[in-house]
Design a protein around this ligand. Structure first.
Ligand SMILES: Cc1cc2nc3c(=O)[nH]c(=O)nc-3n(C[C@H](O)[C@H](O)[C@H](O)COP(=O)(O)O)c2cc1C
Length: 197
């Protein structure tokens, strides 16, 4: 570290204390057009080996949440024909928990010399960067997949092409109620220093 002041740094303070807000504890407002654009611009600025841009962002907001919610509910009913109406309603309302949802599509070029794994990692980086960007602006945000990120009907409805995966749905809104932190990993269990034998 070249300058001790780097330890007294707002970004580090934010990164070492930020947390997600569970979607069921979100309300409005969500990011407006300008904020959302900034959030997604941050998401496009992630490391991307080979400059393949192996991700796409699909904004779901307003009425579109309920429309896609119908697809989620209908697929749920097909998968669980014995489901009761209350359970189906939960599925129908999934995307309406937050004012804005961004679906992040991982678009891997399988035959490319850049390994698939690295292309997938870049989508994860895009998700986390947008999460951080939104939280840094004061929005509540959560990265979820739940079951419907893996559902063929939902993927098709959202415009995913064969081979695409949904890296996550980023729920963006404002927090309602108090946020509790979760237990975080123990530093010494995670970090070790390699030493030559
Ligand atoms: C790829 C991915 C998918 C996730 N899907 C879910 C999910 O379906 N349900 C859930 O409760 N948490 C899910 N999470 C976890 C939450 O996003 C998050 O870890 C938790 O809310 C705490 O976040 P924080 O460490 O930012 O505070 C997922 C996380 C990742 C990275």
């Amino acid at each position: 570290m070249s300058d001790l002041n780097q330890l007294d740094n707002e970004t580090i303070d934010f990164l070492t204390s930020r947390r997600s807000t569970v979607a069921r504890m979100m309300g409005g407002p969500g990011p407006d057009d300008e904020s959302l654009r900034e959030i997604m611009k941050a998401g496009m600025r992630v490391p991307d080996h080979g400059r393949l841009t192996p991700w796409r962002f699909i904004v779901i907001r307003g009425e579109a949440r309920a429309k896609l919610g119908e697809v989620i509910a209908s697929s749920f009913k097909t998968k669980k024909p014995d489901a009761i109406e209350e359970e189906i309603e939960i599925e129908r309302e999934r995307l309406s928990r937050a004012p804005v949802v961004v679906a992040v599509i991982s678009k891997v070029r399988k035959e490319h010399k850049i390994p698939e794994w690295e292309q997938v990692l870049s989508s994860g980086a895009a998700c986390q960067t947008m999460l951080i960007a939104a939280q840094s602006m004061g929005y509540a945000a959560q990265w979820l997949t739940e079951w419907y990120a893996y559902d063929a009907d939902v993927k098709q409805a959202i415009g995913a092409e064969p081979g695409d995966e949904i890296a996550g749905f980023l729920y963006l809104g404002s927090g309602v109620g108090e946020l509790k932190d979760r237990v975080r990993p123990d530093y010494d269990e995670i970090v070790s220093e390699w030493a030559p034998a």
